[in-house]
Structures are given as C-alpha cells and as structure tokens.
Design a protein around this ligand. Sequence first.
Ligand code: NAD
Length: 252
Amino acid sequence: MARLEGKVVLLSGGASGIGAATARLVVREGGKAVLADRDEAKGRALAAELGPAALFVPLDVIREETWQTAVAATVDAFGGLHGLLNAAGIGVRNTIEDCSLADYRRVNDINSLGSFLGCKSVLPAMKQSGGGSIVNISSVLGLRGASYAMAYCASKGAVRALTKNVAMHCAQMKYNIRCNSVHPGYIDTPMIAPRLDQNIGNLSGRQWLEELHPLGRLGQAEEVANMNLFLLSDESSFATGSEFVCDGGLTA
Ligand SMILES: NC(=O)c1ccc[n+]([C@@H]2O[C@H](COP(=O)([O-])OP(=O)(O)OC[C@H]3O[C@@H](n4cnc5c(N)ncnc54)[C@H](O)[C@@H]3O)[C@@H](O)[C@H]2O)c1
C-alpha cells in the first residue's frame, strides 16, 4: 500500500531543493502534489515531469491572497487537502551588528510570516477534508545560534514556536490536524550553493560546512524529504508539536 494513497499535499517551495524532493516522494507514494512557488519556470517543469498527480500554482508566501488562490486551486483540482509542507525560505548572512532592518524584515517575512500564512490558509480546507498534517521546515538554526545568521536564526526559531502553537490549537479544537517542525542541518540544495565555493581559512566552504556534521558530509534533499514523508503520512499519527532533527549529528 502506498504511504500517501488518497492524500493531497500542498508544498510551498515545491519547485526546488527539499520541497521538490518531497513532491517527488508524495507522487511516488500515491498522493497528489501541488507545487506552490514563486519560481514559475522550475515549478511548472517539475509538475509536468511528475504528470497528472501534480499541479503547479504560483505562490508568494508573504501575500495572503496567493495562499487563498493556491488552496482553492488545490481543492478544485484534487477534491481536498490533507497535507501542507511549508518549505519556501531564503537564507541571508548577517550578524546582529550589520543586519539592516530591511534585511531582517525580508528574511522574517518569507521564513516566518510565510509559514504563519500557510498554516492559517490551509486550516479551513483541511478541516473540511477530515484532518491533515502540517510540516514546517525550520532549521538547526531554529534550535541553536550561529553568529553569521542572525535574521535567519530568529526566523527559524519563530517557525519552531509557531508550530507548537498550531499543534496545541488544533489538538484542543479536535480538528485531527497535526503540526510538526523539521530541523535540517546543511543540505546540498541551491540555497547553500553560493557558500560552497567561498573559502574559510584553508578550507573550501563545502569542507567547512561538511566538518560541522559528525557524519562528515552535507545532507541530501531526499534525506529530509523522507522525514517529511513520514510526518505527512498517518505513520506519524501520534506526533504533534514536536521537533524532528535531521542534521547528521550537528546538534548532538
Ligand atoms: N539547504 C539547507 O542547508 C537548509 C538547512 C536548514 C533549513 N533549510 C530550509 O529548508 C527550506 C527549503 O530550502 P532549500 O534548501 O530546499 O532551498 P531552495 O532554495 O532549493 O528552495 C527554496 C524554494 O523556496 C522558494 N521561495 C523563496 N521565497 C519564496 C516566496 N516568497 N514565495 C514562494 N516561494 C518562495 C524558492 O523559489 C525555492 O524554490 C527553507 O525553508 C530553508 O530555510 C534549508
């Protein structure tokens, strides 16, 4: 039996990296995947490759009306909504001393406010569908500090706390909707590509990042997608409000 048979999953950031890898697993496991992203070219290409079980919808996570359109298009195409992956995000390097107000707002808007709008926008359709599972991609930097990622750490810590609030509310209201956060270490996706060639001391950026992980390598998008698949499926039915770390031992 396929692990997501009959499930419809909306994926922000579904055009690239972790979101795209998760969309592939959703379709492989018998579900329907709605790729929602601001990168239309990549999103449409992946949806075409995945076939009739996939759909692309344009989404800018900081604009509430695009969330409403995306949810309506999902229900219209596939008859319900059972899963949300909030994977859209950006990474910017800054410290508490050099981060501008504009950069702080931009990072927190996309990573944190975008996840809030996602959770809020899907609830009516998920309730209508009998319940579901929300997976918010935070980061190891939502659990610990890093001097070079001030705005990003703040935004991902907010995603962790938002997740627990949504989980508590949905449990209290008996909506049969679970909400969990996933905390990846450094994953080899387009997000970190610019950092891999920037030397740090006598190490390449890639070597420096690899050495942060006790497993001695970067993670692959598919490895995080496997955790997302578990959380989106009924296999994780007793997990809500929890943090799922996938970091090659980095935080251990
Ligand atoms: N790659 C890593 O090392 C790493 C580590 C921890 C957490 N994360 C988180 O994982 C998530 C996915 O990142 P990724 O590594 O797959 O990066 P990625 O750059 O490959 O994918 C991010 C996607 O988000 C989309 N996006 C960005 N802003 C958007 C907006 N305003 N509206 C709609 N879509 C938007 C992009 O177009 C892109 O398709 C992010 O939240 C990121 O912070 C990544």
